[in-house]
Structures are given as structure tokens and as C-alpha cells.
Design a protein around this ligand. Structure first.
Ligand code: ATR
Length: 282
């Protein structure tokens, strides 16, 4: 990318140098013939206010927010989307009418990937979410809002209970239900989403593979490796599978839509991300 091109976007976090966001968003810019750069900005938590203000002054259209800033950034914003408000976590900032608005596109990205890649229905389906961290919360809320009956399964039970009780009050406005469960709940589910880090650069699976069945759509948010042991086992029993790179691409697509309006070129974004991951393996 031309260094003279205007700065359109940035991802802030720490550490941030390994973020795929610059490659993914710049691929979307290029496919849309949009002249502009998107950079990674290393930002410790105590510097987030100054960094957001500085990027805003430089005229960026939006900012992606990654660990460990998703919560601390909130106090520096003018308003929050409904999802970001419920989750108390922001992964995307848009600047609209002079206001900095915080959004959370992680859960919607997961649901978009389930629907697009596996044509998975969500309304009325039972969905097991493995993990109760930031990603688990976001995915559980998005599934809940789309009318799924969500079962949260986590190694630390107290964290799953906390997740369910914090999202539970929002059930009224949706059609789904949410409760804490165990790995056995997978046998009666049609959707399984792994949001834990289990399987990242390892051959571990986050639950016994004997619980997998052909009636499942399995999305693994882990994308290093792209074909995790969980996805390989799921495919071998005839389940539909969606890799975590699609979730990453789809949450970035949602950010592009918030910033520019038009639907970005997913395939171009995916191709660029795959190329980058492959080059890192060399
Ligand atoms: P994120 O924001 O990406 O969701 P996180 O908040 O650190 O990250 O949450 C990580 C999730 O992975 C948690 O649900 C964690 O379980 P605990 O709440 O019990 O810590 C889960 N996790 C991480 N390593 C795990 C492991 N070896 N086995 C099972 N669950 C694990």
C-alpha cells in the first residue's frame, strides 16, 4: 500500500503486531478501489484514550479494538450500540456525526459465518457455546438474539453462570433461551461453537469427540490451525463445519459495513488472510 494514501482505519491492542486485521481490511479497501491504509497500533491500556483521540484527529473512519482494550476503551466513547452495551465490550469504533460509537461485531460475525458457510438455521435451534470469555459472551448473545436456545459450557462453572445471569435479562427482547449446561448437551444440539482457546496450535479438542454427530454444524473460532482437531473430528462424523477464519472475516465485514456502508468483498478478504497465514508458517 502506498504510504501516501490516507489513513482510513487502525486496529489498537497489545500485543497487536500479529493481528490479521490490517491485511483483511486493506484487502477490502483494494477490492472496493478505495485508496487508504489500515495500520496496527500498539496501545497499552492506560494509553487508550489518547490513542483513540489521536487516530480520530488523523481522520480515520473507524478503529478495530482487540485485547486487552475491549472494555477499557468504553469510557472514551460517546455512545454504544445495544450489543456493546449489553456485553460491556467493544471490538469496533465508528465515527459518526462527530461522535465515537462503540460496537461489538464478534457474535454477529459468528452467526453470519454459520448462515453463509453452512446454511445453518438458528431460530429455534439448540446451540452449545463452549467458553465463557469475551468471545463466548458475544457469540451467546448473538445466537440468543436470533432465537436459539443457548447452552453455555465452560471449564469454570462460575464463569458460565455469570454469563448466563448477565445475558438472561436480555432474553425478553429475543426469542431464545439461555442456560448453563455440560458437554453432554451437544448430543441434543444442532449448533456447536468453540470459543475457548483449546486447539490453538495443538491437537487437543475442547470436548470428547464421541459426542459429535452428523446433525451438528460446528464452528471453531480457533483458526491456527485452520482445520483444528475439533473440525476434523466433526467432518469425519458427517457434521457441517465452519472454520474460525470465516468468523474473523465476517466480523471484519460487519465493521466495514459500519464504516462505509457497502458490503465488502469477503472472498478477497479471505484470500488475503489465507496468504498471510501461509507466509507466517514458512
Ligand atoms: P476470549 O476473550 O478470547 O473469550 P478469555 O476471556 O481468556 O478469552 O476466555 C477464554 C475461554 O477459554 C474461557 O472460557 C476459558 O475457560 P475458563 O473460564 O475456565 O478459564 C477457556 N479455556 C482456556 N483454556 C482452556 C482449557 N485448557 N480447557 C478448557 N477451557 C479453556
Amino acid at each position: 500500500m502506498n504510504d501516501d494514501a490516507p489513513l482510513l482505519g487502525a486496529v489498537i491492542g497489545s500485543p497487536v503486531s500479529h493481528s490479521l486485521s490490517p491485511v483483511i481490511h486493506e484487502a477490502a479497501f483494494a477490492a472496493a478501489h478505495r485508496q487508504g491504509r489500515y495500520v496496527a497500533v500498539e496501545c497499552p491500556a492506560d494509553d487508550v484514550g489518547r490513542t483513540v483521540a489521536e487516530l480520530r484527529e488523523r481522520g480515520v473512519v473507524g478503529i478495530s479494538v482487540t485485547m486487552p482494550l475491549k472494555e477499557v476503551v468504553i469510557e472514551h466513547l460517546d455512545s454504544l450500540s445495544d450489543d456493546a452495551h449489553v456485553l460491556r465490550a467493544v471490538n469496533c469504533i465508528s465515527f459518526r456525526d462527530g461522535r465515537a460509537v462503540g460496537h461489538n461485531t464478534d457474535g454477529d460475525g459468528c452467526c453470519d459465518a454459520l448462515a453463509r458457510i453452512a446454511a445453518s438455521p438458528i431460530l429455534g435451534e439448540t446451540a452449545v457455546v463452549l467458553g465463557a470469555g469475551g468471545a463466548g459472551r458475544s457469540v451467546a448473545l448473538a445466537l440468543l438474539r436470533r432465537g436459539a436456545d443457548v447452552v453455555v459450557v465452560n471449564r469454570t462453572l462460575a464463569r458460565a453462570t455469570e454469563l448466563v445471569s448477565s445475558l438472561g435479562p436480555h432474553v425478553e427482547s429475543s426469542r431464545g433461551t439461555i442456560r448453563v449446561g455440560g458437554a453432554d448437551d451437544v448430543t441434543a444440539a444442532s449448533i456447536l461453537v468453540n470459543t475457548t482457546s483449546v486447539g490453538m496450535n495443538s491437537d487437543e479438542t475442547p470436548l470428547p469427540v464421541s459426542l459429535l454427530h452428523p446433525g451438528l454444524t460446528v464452528l471453531d473460532a480457533v483458526y491456527t490451525p485452520m482445520q483444528t482437531a475439533l473440525l476434523r473430528a466433526a467432518r469425519s462424523v458427517g457434521a457441517a463445519v465452519v472454520d474460525g477464519l470465516w468468523m474473523l472475516i465476517d466480523q471484519a465485514c460487519r465493521q466495514q459495513v459500519l464504516w462505509f456502508g457497502g458490503v465488502p468483498d469477503r472472498e478477497a478478504m479471505r484470500t488475503a488472510a489465507e496468504r498471510e497465514l501461509a507466509s507466517r508458517q514458512k
